[in-house]
Design a protein around this ligand. Structure first.
Ligand SMILES: Cc1cc2nc3c(=O)[nH]c(=O)nc-3n(C[C@H](O)[C@H](O)[C@H](O)COP(=O)(O)OP(=O)(O)OC[C@H]3O[C@@H](n4cnc5c(N)ncnc54)[C@H](O)[C@@H]3O)c2cc1C
Length: 336
């Protein structure tokens, strides 16, 4: 029986993989990719499959499942340097830091997937991004066939993007985070979270308190994986919050200034273009009933049906606001 990508993705969509290898060490990961490259086989790297939309025809090459492990911790005074293998589950790493009184990651609690994928789109939540604490990475550069150590400056971190997004050239082998030992998380800042915690946005709270509040908020939005909740059979946000020139900000649309540019709420655009929570076409796919940015598989759907829903929403937003939404997830063997 061929492995189905639907068994490897949180959307539970995607056809068969031609060939599958699970890599459990960094060496194995590098050698597997190198051999496939020499044989000119298309390679798809799969971590937790939580940001992947794979076509119904599947993947006609090699699927490499990353299952490497290992965490090293170096401490100097209050400084803690954590080097994490790509295959470690992200939320386990966050939970471990919170339990050990290491501050810096708690706001990103509950994000699905593996640590090696976090730099790819500079994973972020509740005002924090991994790029803020990453101090280095080990990567395999497929073009140069070389393992290299990269500084954060080389990674090009931006809002949900980096040098690793929109390219298959690099495989992340491990990620190093520079954190501090502290029972408190830094100032909450994110208003929705401060409200949930009932504190001033500039207040600091215990890390465990922050983690619990984040997990609760995420659960209420269907952003915490739960096999029993179809609202979480998604890739999280399907579309990225778009950047527009200031004169194109629609009246009433929540917006933020980021590096001199204006970022809009894609959820607001979708809702105000007429696609409410739970919106659906004929097939078993719908906008999540808890969050307009998540497109979900209600069970037994196809990628074709999901992408049709995405196209209808993208066209509706384009028609209403003249803004083109772009997908956040990696589309493999599929096109929007
Ligand atoms: C319910 C839900 C909530 C989410 N919430 C958030 C959120 O709050 N913030 C956020 O930023 N994202 C969020 N996401 C998206 C997703 O969880 C993240 O992007 C996550 O980092 C993807 O990790 P993964 O291991 O599942 O990657 P995968 O889906 O397996 O892969 C994603 C992409 O990264 C590549 N890749 C994976 N591992 C490596 C590696 N080691 N080296 C090089 N390339 C690699 C893959 O080839 C693919 O292109 C959410 C997703 C879901 C389903």
């Amino acid at each position: 029986m061929p492995t189905l990508l639907s068994d490897l993705t949180t959307l539970r969509l995607g056809g068969p993989a031609h060939r599958v290898i699970t890599a459990t060490t960094a060496d194995e990961l590098v050698q597997t990719v190198l051999t496939a490259d020499n044989d000119r086989q298309p390679v798809l790297i799969v971590g937790g499959g939580s940001n992947l939309v794979v076509g119904d025809a599947g993947w006609a090459g090699l699927v490499v499942i990353v299952r490497t492990s290992g965490i090293t911790i170096d401490t100097a005074g209050d400084s803690v340097r954590l080097t994490v293998a790509a295959g470690e589950r992200w939320d386990d790493v966050v939970a471990m830091t919170v339990a050990d009184g290491i501050s810096g990651l708690a706001a990103m609690s509950g994000v699905p997937g593996l640590t090696g994928a976090t730099p790819v789109q500079n994973v972020g939540a509740y005002g924090h991004e991994v790029g803020q604490t990453i101090s280095g990475l080990t990567i395999y550069d497929r073009e140069l066939a070389e393992v290299r150590h990269w500084t954060p400056a080389e990674c090009g971190f931006g809002f949900r993007t980096s040098a690793f997004k929109h390219t298959d050239r690099y495989v992340v082998l491990d990620v190093t985070f520079d954190l501090v030992r502290s029972p408190l998380a830094g100032p909450v800042r994110y208003l929705e979270l401060a409200r949930r915690l009932d504190v001033d946005p500039e207040a600091s709270v215990a890390q465990s308190e922050l983690r619990e509040a984040v997990l609760e908020l995420r659960r209420s939005k269907g952003m915490l994986l739960d096999a029993a909740d179809h609202d979480t059979w998604s890739v999280g946000s399907f579309f990225v919050n778009p950047f527009v020139p200031p004169e194109l900000v629609p009246d009433g649309c929540p917006n933020w200034e980021v590096d001199g540019r204006v970022k809009l709420s894609a959820a607001w655009l979708i809702e105000n273009a007429g696609f409410a929570k739970g919106f659906r076409l004929d097939g078993p796919v719908s906008v999540s009933t808890k969050h307009t940015l998540a497109l979900t598989n209600r069970g037994g759907a196809t990628t074709k049906e999901l992408l049709e829903l995405a196209r209808v929403i993208r066209a509706g937003v384009q028609e209403r606001f003249g803004i083109t939404l772009r997908p956040e997830a990696r589309l493999a063997g599929a096109e929007l």
